[in-house]
Design a protein around this ligand. Structure first.
Ligand SMILES: [Zn+2]
Ligand SMILES: [Zn+2]
Ligand SMILES: [Zn+2]
Length: 317
């Protein structure tokens, strides 16, 4: 709970928070998450917070001299052993938070103030619910009362942070409305403010100012992995299609086949991050070469074979 007090102090101190405040936001938010998940896990059974539960003894536990499990192990054990229903999206956020914490010492901050604020708000939202649903019920009455007192102030402060985020999004609303067909959720701040296509410059997020300069393919891959949870290796291993393919219009490998834009949500559409075209009728080349074609279902005459395969098959000189 002390870590959480510190996170809120750093996030709500100066606006926008300076790099010192952002650093301690990331460090203490990660520490708070780890301690709170493990506290809930130890309510289930103390051995579960040991890295290897089979090595657990009451003596080691009481002395605190043991290797404890990692933060994601704690999350997974809460789901799999304790049977809590925790959203997989929170696991991704906690993973990213931990990687950011680890990289901080060596590389400095990975995200800017707006992205950290927006992401921290989501983790805090999860933690406050988690404390309420899974921690307080297991506490002694006098402890529970003390925690509830801090919770009231935490909720108010979280509201204030969320209001800031909302206000910034409101200021962008009219600009974003003009680009609804190419606006997607940003992998950095998770706001619906990323212009997947932004002319020659490459994708950019209007909320957190993240840019992928002249690099539509990495913007597309980043988006598919963080927002859609699809990466090339797992997709192909599972026998599916890769999430990012070559665009039938411009040829660049920056076409996300199942993008969700502000305009078409909740439906998915093909969206090329390099030329900004959307594709409603993507089909695979029937020769299985992995090329996608955009063919309307009304066009019954169309060959569902790409030009390369036609060339190879019918000997084009
Ligand atoms: Zn962003
Ligand atoms: Zn394209
Ligand atoms: Zn083909």
């Amino acid at each position: 709970m002390d870590y959480l007090v510190s996170v809120f102090q750093h996030l709500t101190g100066s606006q926008p928070p300076d790099s010192h405040a952002l650093k301690y936001t990331v460090l203490h938010l990660q520490a708070a998450t780890e301690v709170l998940l493990k506290a809930a896990l130890s309510h289930e059974h103390y051995s579960l917070i040991f890295n290897d539960p089979l090595q657990a003894t009451k003596e080691k536990w009481k002395s605190g001299k043991f290797n404890s499990c990692g933060i994601l192990d704690a999350f997974d054990r809460l789901c799999n052993v304790a049977g809590l229903k925790l959203d997989a999206g929170h696991r991704t956020r906690i993973k990213d938070l931990t990687e950011h914490r680890n990289a901080l010492q060596h590389y400095g901050l990975k995200h800017n103030a707006y992205a950290i604020e927006s992401r921290a708000a989501r983790v805090l939202e999860f933690l406050l619910d988690f404390i309420h649903d899974h921690l307080i019920p297991g506490l002694e009455p006098h402890e529970a009362e003390r925690v509830e007192e801090s919770m009231d102030s935490f909720r108010l402060q979280l509201k204030a942070i969320e209001t800031l985020v909302k206000q910034r999004m409101n200021n962008l609303r009219s600009t974003l409305a003009k680009f609804a067909d190419v606006t997607v959720q940003c992998p950095d701040c998770e706001q619906w403010a990323m212009l997947a296509y932004n002319g020659e410059e490459g994708p950019r997020c209007l909320f957190c100012h993240q840019i992928w300069p002249n690099d539509a393919p990495s913007g597309a891959a980043n988006y598919a992995w963080i927002i859609l949870g699809q990466d090339e290796v797992t997709a192909v291993q599972d026998g599916g299609d890769p999430p990012v393919v070559a665009c039938p219009e411009c040829g660049v490998s920056a076409l996300v086949t199942e993008a969700i834009t502000a305009e078409c949500r909740p439906q998915a559409t093909g969206l090329c991050f390099a030329c900004g075209n959307t594709f409603g009728h993507l089909v695979d080349c029937e020769f299985g070469c992995g090329t996608v074609l955009n063919i309307s279902p009304d066009d019954v005459e169309a060959l569902r074979i790409c030009s390369d395969c036609i060339g190879n098959q019918f000997g084009r000189d």
